[in-house]
Design a protein around this ligand. Structure first.
Ligand code: GTQ
Length: 349
């Protein structure tokens, strides 16, 4: 028996019971789980197949209008975090549907949102006075506290419009800094022409003497046609990164930083037949398959990702990606927040 200073277990328990009414507890019984050697994510890896999800998303239109719902969204909830509205411990994801002729009314909130368009044509999102028409694969941002509404030009031939929403809801809940406001009109005023921000800030140009005015990129929509063209060029010049493929991040052209302050977004191309080396990082990642087919292997599980499928990889779990055919994957995570706060980590191999 080692010499112990202090009292025996029964006396310790009695002590814990006596401090309990003071709303106090001993650290030493919890230290190893409170400050673990490595991340212990609550979430689990999971895949949502678009083929499974889509019928329910479309059916939601028969149950509620976009106007009544305010946002007609089916939340993607991590199976290990049911009831939390979380896909990871810091992020929210959902699939939003808007039908021709509908408007999802204007509001604003301190949470930032990103959209990744999955399906459809003709719908727009209006952010801070500018409409942007959305096409499949487009990455659209809604910065914190900007008025935004979504609409879909009438005409049933246009069909449903579906996109993935990513928001930092759990992050702001963690800081208890959640505010929201409804606009007095369903549609907030449009003050700038469509395409204005892309022309001003997203064309390799900036207005002379322009200074960053916010933490967010001034570009609202990063159109997929441009992104895809860049990826195609990249794939012809140089080798892909062994752990990540041809991966690029969406950038704020004013300061070179990420497009958004809380959510990091990337796009990657995996050439046909390419397999990544094992990679992991402290940010939990949500992947959205856009093209091809990708096999994601994580924690002994294998997920075959078809276009529009969504998959989550909790932080610090080693994973590989394998592409039997040329594939494109979008990804968002809390990496940018972790980097800014100084605790982002990654490991190769
Ligand atoms: O489009 O503003 O999926 O406020 C969740 C909350 C979408 C939105 C969501 C929101 C929105």
């Amino acid at each position: 028996m080692s010499t112990t200073t202090g009292t025996d277990q029964a006396e310790r328990e009695a002590f814990y019971a006596r401090i309990d009414p003071q709303n106090m507890a001993p650290l030493w019984t919890r230290l190893k789980s409170l400050v673990p050697a490595a991340p212990t994510p609550i979430g689990v890896p999971h895949q949502w197949r678009y083929a499974d999800v889509r019928p329910f998303v479309l059916e939601s239109a028969s149950h509620i209008s976009a106007e009544e719902a305010e946002r007609r969204v089916l939340i993607l909830e991590n199976p290990a975090m049911r009831g939390s509205s979380q896909i990871t411990s810091s992020l929210y994801a959902g699939i939003q549907l808007i039908m021709p002729g509908e408007v999802a009314p204007a509001h604003r909130h301190t949470q930032s949102a990103l959209r990744l368009v999955l399906e459809g044509n003709g719908a727009y999102t209006a952010v801070d006075g500018e409409k942007t028409i959305m096409q499949p694969g487009d990455f659209v941002i809604t910065p914190s506290w900007t008025w935004h509404h979504h609409g879909h030009e009438a005409g049933s031939e246009k069909g449903p419009m579906v996109w993935l929403d990513g928001l930092d809801i759990p992050m702001l809940a963690h800081f208890n800094s959640t505010f929201r406001e409804d606009h007095h009109e369903a549609e907030a005023e449009i003050t700038r022409p469509t395409g204005d921000s892309l022309a001003r800030y997203g064309s390799g140009l900036l207005p002379l003497n322009y200074r960053a005015q916010a933490l967010n990129s001034p570009i609202f929509n990063y159109p997929y046609v441009r992104t895809r063209e860049a990826l195609a060029q990249l794939a012809h010049a140089g080798a892909p990164d062994a752990h990540q493929g041809y991966v690029m991040r969406y950038v704020n052209p004013v300061d070179g930083g990420w497009a958004m302050p809380t959510m990091a977004t990337t796009i990657r191309l995996l050439p046909k037949g390419f397999s990544t080396q094992t990679y992991r990082s402290s940010d939990s990642a949500i992947f959205v398959a856009l093209e091809g087919s990708t096999t994601l292997s994580v924690a002994g599980q294998t997920f075959a990702l078809a276009p529009k499928d969504v998959a989550v990889v909790p932080g610090w779990m080693p994973y590989t990606l394998n592409a039997p055919e040329e594939s494109v994957l979008f990804c968002f995570s809390d990496r940018v927040a972790q980097e800014k706060l100084g605790f982002f980590r990654e490991a190769r191999g």
